[in-house]
Design a protein around this ligand. Sequence first.
Ligand SMILES: NC(=O)c1ccc[n+]([C@@H]2O[C@H](COP(=O)([O-])OP(=O)(O)OC[C@H]3O[C@@H](n4cnc5c(N)ncnc54)[C@H](OP(=O)(O)O)[C@@H]3O)[C@@H](O)[C@H]2O)c1
Length: 288
Amino acid sequence: MITIMGATGATGGALLRRLIELGVPCRAISRTPDELRAAIGGEAPVEVVGADAADPRALRAAFDGSTQLFLAMANSPRQVALEINAIDAAAACGVRHVVKLSAPAVEPDSPVGVSRGHWRVETHLATTGMAATLLRPYAFMQKLLLNAPAVAEGVLIAAMRDVPCNYIDVRDIADVAAETLLRPGLDGVTYELTGPRAFSCPELAHLLGELTGRPVRHIDLPPDDFRGHLVRTARLPDWLANHVVEIQQLAIARPESPNGTVETVLGRPARTLDAFLREHLALFAPVT
Ligand SMILES: NC(=O)c1ccc[n+]([C@@H]2O[C@H](COP(=O)([O-])OP(=O)(O)OC[C@H]3O[C@@H](n4cnc5c(N)ncnc54)[C@H](OP(=O)(O)O)[C@@H]3O)[C@@H](O)[C@H]2O)c1
């Protein structure tokens, strides 16, 4: 049995839809199982189970009978503790293989705090004896939609200067996850995942302008000003605003370039940013 932790999230949700499409029975975990059940509908071969990762007993009940776990956890100050709870419960339940959603720059002294957290989780996972597949994707295309209200007003605000960024569609991450869960021989590997082409903010603003038919101006702020903008205007909590700034400064310190891992694993090219933005163009339209 494949169990998905984070099944209501961006990547776990995409994996759940992929497994349903393939007709693979699976179990989906959420703290709000009734909502997830309603979203899936009755036909799919999915067992929905309620559990909070803060509750080790609930996790063990949720993982009972599972052989593989996909683990995606929302970023939060509690993320490391919650993921370690899930890993320990999986090991106690006899799970053999964990596919963990991680991030770039996973190192003990990474300049990105969230990546230092992923390093602690990955290091813990390595001690359990379970096979560990680590997915380290770059920035999710889906998160670009958070910029839609500003783009609708004609601006794209960031602190990344003109460095390239490896945006990836979470559906490609999910498709790779599905392959590692279903195809023997792909487990136990670390996959660095990118889209097919890296885009700088000026290039992204230009592309958005072309697609929407309205000019989009790229505004580059100093990191501290951008952090203030995220807290005051976008209303992000301090820890999340810090994370966004750290990720953008990482792209400056370590210029990103795409690799062919998605295509190698899936046997087809990674989804493009152009196609993703076209799918969601309506969200970038000004409110009338
Ligand atoms: N955003 C990016 O550009 C990016 C890039 C690279 C890597 N990443 C990594 O991707 C991960 C986030 O993935 P995502 O964006 O797909 O996730 P997401 O949409 O933020 O959702 C993650 C899931 O976390 C679950 N969750 C949160 N607290 C929980 C708890 N106490 N107990 C059980 N479940 C809990 C939620 O489930 P319920 O609410 O249903 O319980 C939700 O389904 C992070 O580790 C991040 O570092 C992100």
